[in-house]
Design a protein around this ligand. Structure first.
Ligand code: BG6
Length: 303
């Protein structure tokens, strides 16, 4: 198919109209696609090489038409999270509609490199940049890359380069769908001291003073998050999320009613996942000086 086929443990396949990159190395099996630069699966191996369960969730009803964002995995929300924010951006032209969660989760990125690192981990890098379509909505120049490293941890680095003569203001998130059953007893630690905004309760605000006991539906934004996050399920540590340059976290599950509005999630599948989205949203926006870079990083592992 192309020169990347020579890298050990890499194979390609098609799902609908979307090309998948499959990685199988000493640490894990993983799947991703250049459509939206979306990581779809990460199954760590134990020391004996046994493949464990997927840490990520993808909806059985996800669309692979190469047009819609794939429902699940780790979609990239950039250069705005949620709705378009005119306070940070140029006003929209009258006939222009700005897509939710930004411009790149449905975009065809290109594969810039795939290589095996010295420690046996696999690096896949996707790149995209401003073009006619992005300029028609958002009149700024940029280069954006997503480096994915499949190793002991699943590490993602989203690098924004500002190609404008003026500062660029963005919001962003790596919108991870975790394979966590929200009907179990899930606690999320590491949000202590951050500001919680409960968007389902008219943006009610509080400072978090302990572990968050997750119940569905939930759509909470956490600002000024200081530390790594650790989830436990029924008191057993289940996931660790380390991040850098990520001041915000969003915790989302639609629950049994709101899910009915999602054609790519079956009505009874909302208990199968929990989104924990690390990034910089709302007032945690990032200002990038001309010709400089900003890097958002996360590393996901099983503790
Ligand atoms: O349907 P979308 O655009 O993928 O968004 C899914 C969810 O994404 C979350 O990040 C938001 O907090 C939710 O409010 C939203 O419903």
């Amino acid at each position: 198919m192309n020169s990347w086929n020579n890298v050990q443990g890499i194979s390609f396949s098609m799902r609908g109209d979307v090309s998948l990159i499959e990685v199988d190395n000493v640490y894990a099996q993983a799947k991703m696609t250049a459509h939206g630069a979306t990581v779809l699966s990460f199954c760590p191996k134990d020391p004996a090489g046994q493949v464990g369960e997927d840490l990520l969730w993808v909806s059985e009803n996800a669309s692979y038409d190469g047009k819609a964002a794939i429902r699940g995995g780790i979609p990239v929300c950039w250069p705005w999270f949620s709705g378009y924010q005119e306070e940070f951006n140029a006003p929209l032209e009258d006939d222009v509609e700005a897509p939710a969660h930004g411009l790149v989760r449905k975009k065809a990125w290109h594969i810039d490199r795939i290589e095996t690192l010295e420690n046996g981990a696999t690096l896949v890098e996707f790149v995209t940049q401003s073009d006619e379509q992005t300029r028609a909505i958002w009149p700024y120049e940029f280069t954006l890359s997503l480096q994915v490293v499949i190793g002991e941890t699943l590490s993602l680095t989203l690098t924004t380069t500002n190609r404008n003569p003026l500062p660029l203001i963005i919001t962003e998130a790596l919108h991870t769908y975790f394979n966590l059953s929200v009907t179990k007893d899930i606690t999320l630690n590491g949000l202590q001291g951050s500001q919680e905004v409960d968007t389902l309760k008219a943006n009610k605000t509080r400072i978090v003073d302990g572990g968050l006991s997750v119940s569905s539906p939930i759509d909470n934004v956490y600002l000024t998050v200081q530390s790594s996050l650790l989830t436990s399920v029924d008191d057993q540590p289940s996931l660790q999320i380390d991040s850098s340059n990520a001041a915000s976290c969003v915790v989302w599950n639609p629950g049994s009613e709101t899910v009915k509005g999602f054609k790519d999630i079956a009505d009874d599948h909302w208990p199968q996942f929990l989104c924990i989205e690390n990034g910089n949203v709302w007032s945690d926006r990032v200002i990038i000086e001309p010709e400089t870079k900003h890097r958002l990083q996360i590393a996901i592992s099983k503790p």
